[in-house]
Design a protein around this ligand. Structure first.
Ligand code: NAD
Ligand code: TDX
Length: 342
C-alpha cells in the first residue's frame, strides 16, 4: 500500500485515521476526498506534512472526480458519510444521497480500476439489543458478523444499504472489498453534535448537559485510535469479502457516561437536564469482536475508559477555538426540536 484514498478524511474518525497512518506508516501517501460538509473541517488535518497528505474537496457522488482519484491509488478507505442519527430523523435526503449513491459511485470506480476497497460501517445496521439483565450471559447477546440486519433510523438504514451494495459488488463483480462495523467512537475531533463532545462543551460553555429519556440506553464505547489500528489491519491483512466487527467491551449506559463526565469536570452528578427522547431510540449496542481478535490478532489498547475520557475532555478544553464558534448554532438547532422534560 503506497497510495490510499481516504473518503471523509476531514471528519472525526477519518481524520484520526489519516493521522494514525502518517504517524505509523511512513511510506504511505494519503489523498483525502471530502466535501467539507458541516461535519468536515480542514483544521482536522492541520499540521500534517503536505508531501504525505493531500486534501481534495469534492463529493463522493461525483463520478468523474471519483474515477480520476481512484485510478491513482492502491486502495480506498471509505469513511465519508452523513453520520448523525438525529439529523437523519429531521432530513433523511442527504443520507440517501451520500451514504447510498455516494458509496455506489465509489464501488463502480473501484471495480473499473480493480482497486481494493474497505468500507467503514457501524454496529447500528444490526438494530438494537435488549438491555442486559443481571446474571445474563455476556457473550450470548452481542452482535456478531452473523447477526441479522435490522436498522432502526434513516441513518442506520442508509448504512445497512451501503453494506449490502458492497456485498453485492464483491459477489457479482469480483470487487476486492472488506467491511468493518464498529461501535461508538470517542476521542478528539468529534463533532460537538455527538453525545460526549456535546456534554463536555456544554459544561465548558456554561450550559447544562442534555440526557435523552432516562439515560438507560447503552452504547459500546471504543477509542478512535483503537478503531484506526483495526482498520489498518483489515486493510492490509483482512480476507476479501469478509466482515469484521470492531468493539472494545466498552458497554456503558448514557447516564453512567454523563456522570463520569460531570465528575471529571468537577460538577455535581445531577447537574444535567432530561430532554425528550430520540424517536425510535436504540436501546443497546454491544459488539462481539472475537473474529478480528482471533483472525487478525487485534486487541484494543485504550481499555481504561476514564483515562480516555479525561484525555478527550482535556482536548476539548485546550481546543476551544476548534468548537466555540459553532456551539451556539448547534445548540439552537437542538433546542428547536428538544424540550426539557418537567
Ligand atoms: P463525521 O460526520 O464526523 O465525518 C464525515 C465526513 O464525511 C465529514 O468530513 C464530511 O465532510 C464528509 N462527507 C459527508 N458527505 C460527503 C460527500 N458526499 N462526499 C465527500 N465527503 C463527505 O463522521 P464520523 O463520526 O467520523 O464517521 C465516519 C464513518 O464512520 C461513517 O461512515 C460512519 O457511519 C462510521 N462510523 C461512525 C461511528 C461513530 O461512533 N462516530 C461508529 C461506527 C461507524
Ligand atoms: O445530547 C445528547 N444526549 C443523549 O442522551 C445526544 C447527542 C445523544 N444522547 C444519547 C443518544 C444515544 O443513546 O447518547 C447516545 C449516543 O448518541 P450519539 O452520539 O448521537 O450516537 P449514536 O446515535 O449512538 O450513533 C453513533 O454511533 C454509531 C454515531 O453518531 C454513528 O455515526 C455511529 O454509526
Amino acid at each position: 500500500m503506497k497510495n490510499i484514498l481516504v473518503t471523509g478524511g476531514a471528519g472525526f474518525i477519518g481524520a484520526n485515521f489519516v493521522r494514525y497512518v502518517v504517524a505509523n506508516h511512513p511510506t504511505v501517501h494519503v489523498t483525502v476526498l471530502d466535501k467539507l460538509t458541516y461535519a468536515g473541517n480542514r483544521a482536522n488535518l492541520a499540521g500534517l506534512p503536505a508531501d504525505r497528505v493531500r486534501l481534495v474537496v469534492g463529493d463522493i457522488a461525483d463520478a468523474r472526480l471519483v474515477n480520476d482519484l481512484v485510478q491513482q491509488v492502491d486502495a480506498v478507505v471509505h469513511y465519508a458519510a452523513e453520520s448523525h442519527n438525529d439529523r437523519s430523523l429531521r432530513d433523511p435526503a442527504p443520507f440517501i444521497q451520500t451514504n447510498i449513491v455516494g458509496t455506489y459511485t465509489l464501488l463502480q470506480a473501484c471495480v473499473r480500476y480493480d482497486v481494493r476497497f474497505h468500507h467503514i460501517s457501524t454496529d447500528e445496521v444490526y438494530g438494537d439489543l435488549p438491555l442486559r439483565n443481571a446474571g445474563m450471559n455476556d457473550a450470548a447477546d452481542k452482535f456478531t458478523p452473523k447477526s441479522r440486519y435490522n436498522p432502526s433510523s434513516p441513518y442506520s438504514a442508509s448504512k445497512a444499504s451501503s453494506d449490502m451494495l458492497v456485498h453485492a459488488w464483491v459477489r457479482s463483480f469480483g470487487l476486492r472489498a472488506t467491511i468493518s462495523n464498529c461501535s461508538n467512537n470517542y476521542g478528539p475531533y468529534q463533532h460537538i453534535e455527538k453525545f460526549i463532545p456535546r456534554q463536555i462543551t456544554n459544561i465548558l460553555s456554561g450550559r447544562r448537559p442534555k440526557l435523552y429519556g432516562t439515560g438507560q440506553n447503552v452504547r459500546d464505547w471504543i477509542h478512535v485510535d483503537d478503531h484506526s489500528r483495526a482498520v489498518w489491519l483489515i486493510l492490509t491483512q483482512g480476507k476479501i469479502g469478509e466482515t469484521y466487527l470492531i468493539g472494545a467491551n466498552g458497554e456503558r449506559s448514557n447516564l453512567t457516561v454523563l456522570q463520569a463526565i460531570l465528575t471529571a469536570m468537577g460538577q455535581p452528578v445531577d447537574a444535567y437536564d432530561h430532554v425528550h427522547d430520540r424517536p425510535g431510540h436504540d436501546r443497546r449496542y454491544a459488539i462481539d469482536a472475537t473474529k478480528i481478535e482471533t483472525e487478525l490478532g487485534w486487541q484494543p489498547q485504550i481499555t481504561d475508559f476514564s483515562t480516555g475520557l479525561q484525555q478527550t475532555i482535556t482536548w476539548y478544553r485546550t481546543h476551544e477555538s476548534w468548537w466555540q464558534e459553532e456551539k451556539a448554532t448547534v445548540e439552537a438547532a437542538y433546542q428547536a426540536v428538544q424540550t426539557t422534560e418537567a
